[in-house]
Design a protein. Structure first.
Length: 363
């Protein structure tokens, strides 16, 4: 049932939805129920829970939605263990090369992916980047205004926009209370008074942190926590943020491929790792030097650095942080190009091959 159809929505409340599904169901069989834009039915969750717990029929239920009422974290709480979340990502590089005719894996197209991302490249007018940016801006505005502002009744929308801009311009960088305060102080439109941010009426630090959380709930960003290598535990005080789509990152920062390219490459790697269902963290070694990603799956840990070019001149710089970790887990550098005489046991992957699935991180 597709509740994008307003005529369908008018016919059903949650009780009638149950009755209709029951009328179409077969006993002693698994009945598959697909409900699109289900949030259009008021109190739809009552229908879902009733059907799921039905004594006479067995149901396998799939619900989708794109409205501020359908935040995944709220659904997981609402259905208290009855639900499994299927996370959907923008098209990855492999899918784009498969989906678009005449889009082959080459340097020009790879840079186009890094700039336009998995949403922009599948927009029909993708050859015209100005059209792509207009389409991306509509998606961005819908996320910020409808999903976040309306859902959470945000009064000071300019604060939300400034903080969103801050995260896009600090992709892959450590975010902490201190550097957030520095940003607020340097921003002439937002002043800080003691421990509270002020723009007109006072806005607390906790409110700012909530804004960041809501941006992630709206799938504008992914939050990556820090991993304590020595203590083998997750740290709570420091985090990084990455964009969920590279085209959105371009929209809100710069159309120059050289602008923060390292962080753009990191962002592309992160999206692939999440799609491959790794737990992804960042880390610092004992000297406080950063390791881009620490990934976990099936109790196995891997360490990853990302760079544009790897050669004998910069190998020491790119490898030192990895080699400082003395455990036996595999260490990787993912790079656009390589020309080194020795890798000292570090495994090297070419970025485009990794994104295409031609080379993988061994489990």
């Amino acid at each position: 049932m597709d509740f994008n159809d307003a005529r369908l929505v008018e016919q059903f409340d949650w009780r009638k939805l149950i009755e209709y599904v029951e009328s179409k169901s077969e006993p002693n069989e698994v009945n598959y129920v697909f409900l699109d834009e289900v949030q259009e039915i008021k109190e739809f969750e009552k229908a879902i829970i009733t059907l799921y717990s039905h004594k006479n029929f067995k149901y396998d239920i799939y619900i989708t939605g794109s409205n501020s009422k359908m935040f995944s974290t709220e659904l997981l709480t609402l259905f208290s263990g009855r639900v499994s979340e299927i996370q959907v990502f923008p098209f990855d590089y492999k899918e784009i090369c498969t989906f678009l005719k005449n889009f082959k894996n080459n340097e020009e197209n790879f840079e186009k992916y890094l700039m336009q991302g998995g949403i922009g490249l599948v927009i029909p007018e993708y050859k015209n980047f100005d059209s792509v940016k207009k389409a991306l801006f509509k998606i961005y505005s819908s996320c910020v205004k409808n999903y976040i502002k309306t859902r959470h009744s945000i009064r000071y929308f300019e604060v939300l926009e400034k903080l969103c801009e801050y995260l896009f311009n600090n992709i892959g960088r450590k975010i902490s209370a201190n550097n957030l305060e520095n940003y607020m102080v340097s921003n002439k439109e937002i002043k800080i008074n003691s421990t509270r941010f002020v723009i007109g009426p006072k806005i607390s630090k906790n409110t700012i942190i909530n804004y960041f959380s809501w941006m992630c709930d709206a799938f504008l960003f992914y939050k990556v926590k820090y991993y304590d290598i020595r203590g083998k535990q997750i740290m709570k005080t420091k985090v990084k943020y990455y964009a969920t789509d590279l085209g959105m990152l371009t929209l809100k920062t710069s159309s120059n491929i050289g602008f923060n390219k390292r962080y753009r490459l990191e962002n592309a790697v992160l999206l692939k790792l999440l799609e491959e269902r790794y737990e992804v963290y960042t880390a610092e070694n004992e000297a406080k030097h950063e390791i881009d990603f620490v990934i976990k799956k099936d109790n196995e840990i891997k360490y990853i650095q990302v760079c544009d070019v790897l050669n004998d001149k910069n190998f020491t710089r790119e490898s030192t942080n990895l080699l400082s970790v003395k455990d036996a887990y595999d260490k990787y550098i993912i790079t656009n190009s390589i020309s080194v005489s020795s890798t000292q046991g570090i495994k090297i992957l070419i970025l485009s091959d990794f994104l295409l699935g031609k080379t993988k991180i061994n489990n």
